[in-house]
Every structure is written in structure tokens, then in C-alpha cells.
Design a binder for this molecule. Structure first.
Ligand SMILES: C[S@@+](CC[C@H](N)C(=O)[O-])C[C@H]1O[C@@H](n2cnc3c(N)ncnc32)[C@H](O)[C@@H]1O
Length: 239
């Protein structure tokens, strides 16, 4: 079944791409957020979602405090923008991309309220090459684990096109070590191996560590993997 992406909302100030007119990540293609086949990305934010915690994820905040977030920063699948805003608060050039106009609107409002300079674009994270820009750090909290199959391959290729050689991608995604009912059951839980195997030629996996993702619905957080990956020159290998 094909799920039609119906863009709406005021995005008139934002360069945007409509994902080829469809919002067809595996998550949506399985239709697991709605029984309707005509829902939009904005529906994710119709009521406050559990990942929208109003601050950066602890793992990514620790990374920033350690000075590891640097250069031009892209928050991929930024939602309401906490990680782009975190980078902006460090004085870094920060961009967030997402497909949900209402989330992007909230991100822009937060930037305004906090007096921070960050750019938020309606853009498909699988099509970053078309953005024609280069980043030094890409932060991903909760997007990678949405994608499977061809969407995941497209996303990884997209990430590679957007990262400068030596640039780093940091990913926080649900872990297969979470065996309970906690977390959003609509998205898959990642294994360490599948993360490692996703980043082979042209990437170096620096670490894959167990951690937790903060959530408004789970006081103890949800078990997650935190991965750091470096873009290597063409032909570089994962260690
Ligand atoms: C679990 S939410 C995480 C949001 C944000 N990173 C945070 O930590 O609050 C995943 C986000 O990915 C966005 N998303 C899903 N598919 C996307 C795509 N193809 N391109 C850009 N964003 C996408 C969703 O709209 C949603 O905002």
C-alpha cells in the first residue's frame, strides 16, 4: 500500500523537498502510526510525542560537553530541534532537517525564544546530497532506527554525501537489549551487529555503546545504542 505524503503547514520561509512527493520511509510504509493511508509527518506531532523531551538527549549532551560536537553540525530528523539548538548554544553553525512542518515550526520558535541562531529545513534526510552542503558532525537521535532495507541504505549513502571526510556521525537508537514494553514498539530495536554492518566501506565505526534514551513516558529511559562513526576517504574500511 502506498502512503501519500500530503505536505501542509506554513513552510514558506524554508527551502524544502517533499521526498519525491511521498513520505515513504519504512516506518510510514508499514503504516504503523496510523490506520489511515493519507496521514502526514505532522501527525507525529499532533500530540506531544515521548521523544520530545524539551532538552537534548543525555548521551548527546555529554558528547557536546566533551567538546566532540564540532564544526558545521546537522541534526538529522531534528523534530523540534533540541540537538541543533544544543550545537547553536555552543556557537556552532547548526542546521536541523525534518519532514514534519509543525515540529520545524516549534524548533524555530525555540530558537527565537532562546536567542539562538539555527537553521531548520524541511528536507528528507535520505536526500542530503541534494542539499549540496558539507557538515563536520551529524547528530541523529531516533531517526536511523526508523529505516530498514532500501531506506536505510539510502540514508547511509545520504549521510556519507553530507559529511566531510573525517566528519563524524553520532547515532542514538533503540537497542535490542530493551526487552520490556518500554519505548515505541512501532520502531525496530537495533542490534550492535546491524549497526556495525551498516557502516562498512567508507566508514570507520569508532564506538557502539549501550546507553539509554530519555523519554517523557519512561522515567528510567529506554535501552539504546549510542554509536559514533567517522567518514573515511573513499575505500576506507571499518575496523
Ligand atoms: C523519534 S523522532 C526524533 C526527533 C528528534 N531527533 C528528537 O530527538 O527529538 C524521529 C524524527 O525523524 C523525522 N523523520 C522521519 N523520516 C524522516 C526523513 N525521511 N527525513 C527527515 N526526517 C524524518 C520525524 O518527523 C521525527 O521528527
Amino acid at each position: 500500500m502506498e502512503h501519500t505524503f500530503r505536505p501542509h503547514g506554513d513552510d514558506s520561509h524554508t527551502p524544502h523537498r517533499e521526498a519525491g512527493g511521498r513520505f515513504d520511509s519504512d516506518l510510514t510504509a508499514r503504516g504503523r502510526f496510523s490506520d489511515s493511508n493519507s496521514w502526514t509527518p505532522e501527525d507525529l506531532y499532533a500530540s506531544p510525542p515521548p521523544w520530545d523531551i524539551g532538552r537534548p538527549q543525555s548521551a548527546l549532551l555529554a558528547l557536546a560537553k566533551a567538546g566532540t560536537v564540532r564544526g558545521r553540525v546537522l541534526d538529522s530528523g531534528c523534530g523540534t530541534g533540541e540537538h541543533a539548538l544544543m550545537a547553536a548554544s555552543l556557537g556552532l553553525d547548526a542546521t536541523g532537517v525534518d519532514l514534519a512542518s509543525n515540529a520545524l515550526g516549534r524548533a524555530r520558535q525555540k530558537a527565537h525564544d532562546r536567542g539562538l541562531a539555527a537553521r531548520f529545513l524541511r528536507w528528507d534526510a535520505r536526500q542530503l546530497a541534494d542539499l549540496g552542503e558539507s557538515f563536520d558532525t551529524v547528530l541523529d537521535s531516533g531517526l536511523f532506527h526508523i529505516f530498514t532495507g532500501a531506506d536505510r541504505a539510502a540514508y547511509i549513502s545520504s549521510l556519507r554525501s553530507a559529511l566531510a571526510v573525517g566528519g563524524r556521525y553520532f547515532m542514538l537508537g533503540f537497542s535490542d537489549q530493551e526487552t520490556g514494553d518500554r519505548g515505541d514498539r512501532r520502531v525496530q530495536r537495533l542490534t550492535r551487529d546491524e549497526i556495525r554492518q551498516s557502516f562498512t566501506y567508507g566508514w570507520r565505526v569508532d564506538f557502539i555503546e549501550p546507553t539509554t534514551m530519555d523519554s517523557t513516558t519512561d522515567a528510567n529511559g529506554i535501552r539504546a545504542w549510542f554509536a559514533g562513526v567517522t567518514r573515511t576517504p573513499e575505500g576506507g574500511r571499518s575496523c
